[in-house]
Design a protein around this ligand. Structure first.
Ligand SMILES: Nc1ncnc2c1ncn2[C@@H]1O[C@H](COP(=O)(O)OP(=O)(O)OP(=O)(O)O)[C@@H](O)[C@H]1O
Length: 547
């Protein structure tokens, strides 16, 4: 391809696009990695309709687009037979000042005009498009698929995704965030989706529990905080077909909540520059279509079985999380302000903490996943009457005018999911467990590196390391050390504070003595009482770039 005094050569390989520009005797080369490309579209010129745009003497305005999608119904500019290929990429750039990295959108436009007829030029552009899309999907389909099996119609990714959006997450901006920041990238990547805007607490859980999820093998994406994903996973576990679905579905999260621990942990695992643009990075993690296994934790309380992906807390951090809810309108600052308040009025809690150290876990099967657990075959006739239909369409919202609150009753839900291979809460812990009785400031089990964007709780945790990181801070820690602990949470130095003990465990049990303090699972409040957690290695899959 040539411009006035310059020649541009473009080569496409399985690594990406190689560009060479020769101008006035100088040569400059550049490469756009395939990993950074999200999609491409063929375009053509459109006829300029002065009546529609109003009459403007002089040249066409800069923001008036001269091209439209190849399938647009707008009339073609007959004087221009060119076809265009728009390639959308989000490339890593290093900021010179702070030496930090960020992803920047880049649109590479290739113009095809070697032939006299538009039809020939567009055919050429389509060949490039098909090949780029084929290469983008090689990783997803398996590396050895011969290209002769790949037709241009395969470009339409028909594995639709289900988007569950919580309009009340964080400071309540998730609708705008989705429409303005996520939808444009989904469009560039040709990803089709159904959108469900939640109308009350547990709405997402109901959707996951009752809808035909087999139509969403493209994935389940939540737009909100960790709480909405917690609902989605637990809704899935309440289905008789939880096991094959868990093996086939991938989960994604667009961070719009106040904590957003999982979104940060996913980006951290693949060294993505999350902090400057968390929504962009998380969306890119999803549209690239690659996924990674993630551990889940089976949680048992007196009358509930839950599945958790982030953490279980009792004491100080759980109290801060729940009590700071009243400051929700100020965003993530609420945690800092409440930490100071709770440090001044420090409380301790009596109880017993028991755990099975990760290395002693004879049952621990690192790559077993949920599939090795037996399906509990319960008949569940009750659930049929709680169906309600999701019928959202691309780019439309379906939501009731206001929000109301509604809980699932025990009659309408029953958890399936993998069973436990440890004694239930009514029986003593096995003899190879460690038991600590006494007074605690906090007990927190985490299975992701970050519990919130700025809480680097388990620095060495991986998405699928197959164990939990149990932090135990016993009473007697000085306020000065506790302050250091809280400050150190942002950079991970809290793990080396005296009297803060971090152990890796395969299972644990907390038995509070008195009815005081809060208990949380993935940041959601649960009834205070005995609780037991057991890791299920690699049980779920989340959208993530390779580590
Ligand atoms: N439409 C709604 N109205 C009120 N509450 C809702 C609605 N949809 C979902 N919820 C509830 O909102 C709670 C919090 O949601 P979410 O986790 O998305 O945001 P967050 O708490 O701000 O973020 P994080 O969990 O990361 O701190 C969830 O427990 C969910 O049940």
């Amino acid at each position: 391809m040539s411009k006035k005094n310059s020649l541009l050569r473009v080569k496409l390989s399985e690594k990406g696009l190689w560009l060479q520009k020769e101008s006035n005797g100088h040569t400059k080369t550049d490469t756009i990695s395939l990993e950074d490309i999200v999609g491409c579209r063929c375009m053509r010129s459109k006829r300029f309709d002065s009546a529609k745009c109003g009459w403007h003497p002089g040249p066409r305005r800069r923001n008036q687009s001269k091209v439209v999608d190849e399938n647009s119904t707008e009339q073609r500019d007959e004087t221009d037979t060119s076809a265009f290929l728009y390639i959308y990429a989000y490339v890593l750039k290093k900021s010179k000042v702070k030496m930090t990295k960020r992803r920047e959108r880049m649109v590479l436009t290739l113009r095809f005009y070697s032939y006299d007829r538009y039809e020939d030029n567009i055919r050429e552009a389509q060949k490039w498009k098909v090949t780029i899309k084929f290469l983008l999907q090689v990783n997803l389909r398996g590396p050895n698929l011969p290209s002769c099996y790949f037709r241009s119609s395969d470009n339409i990714i028909d594995n639709k995704i289900l988007v569950l959006l919580n309009p009340k997450s964080g400071v309540g901006k998730s609708r705008d965030v989705f429409q303005n920041k996520v939808v444009p990238i989904l469009t560039e990547a040709d990803i089709n989706y159904d959108l469900h805007v939640t109308r009350f607490s547990n709405d997402a859980r109901n959707v996951m529990r009752t809808q035909n999820l087999w139509q969403y093998t493209g994935g389940i994406v939540v737009v909100g905080g960790d709480g909405i994903l917690f609902e989605a996973i637990n809704g899935l576990m309440e289905r008789p077909d939880w096991q094959p679905l868990l093996e086939n579905l991938r989960f994604g999260i667009i961070p719009c909540g106040s904590g957003n621990g999982l979104a940060k942990s996913i980006s951290y695992a693949s060294c993505e520059p999350h902090d400057n643009s968390p929504v962009l990075i998380s969306t890119l993690n999803i549209v690239r279509g690659l996924s990674s296994p993630m551990d889940l934790v089976r949680v048992e309380t007196k009358n509930l079985v839950l599945f958790s992906f982030l953490s279980i807390g009792w004491g100080l951090l759980a109290d801060i999380d729940i009590e700071s809810e009243r400051l929700r309108s100020i965003g993530s600052q609420r945690f800092t302000i409440w930490s100071i308040a709770r440090l001044i009025g420090l409380r301790t809690y009596k109880g017993t903490v028991s755990y099975l150290p990760a290395s002693n876990d004879k049952l621990h099967r690192r790559s077993s996943g949920a599939s090795e657990f037996l399906l509990i075959c319960l008949q569940d006739e009750d659930r049929r009457d709680s169906f309600y239909s999701v019928c959202s369409r691309k780019s439309t919202y379906h939501s009731a005018a206001g929000s109301s609150y509604e809980s699932l009753t025990e009659e309408t839900s029953r958890t399936f999911g993998p069973p436990s291979n440890f004694p239930p809460l009514t029986q003593p812990v096995p003899s190879n467990w460690q038991v600590i009785s006494g007074e605690f400031v906090l007990v927190q089990a985490a299975y992701q590196s970050h519990l919130a964007t700025d809480v680097f709780f388990a620095p060495s945790a991986k998405l699928d390391d197959g164990f939990m990181w149990l932090m135990i801070v016993r009473a007697g820690i000085s306020r000065a050390h506790l302050l250091q602990f809280l400050l150190g949470l942002s950079n991970g130095t809290h793990v080396s504070i005296p009297r803060a003990e971090m152990v890796t465990v395969a299972a644990f049990r907390i038995e509070p003595e008195a009815n005081s303090g809060h208990m949380t699972v993935d940041g959601e409040l649960i009834e205070l009482g005995p609780i037991q957690g057991q890791v299920i290695p690699s049980a779920a899959r989340v959208f993530a770039r390779p580590q």
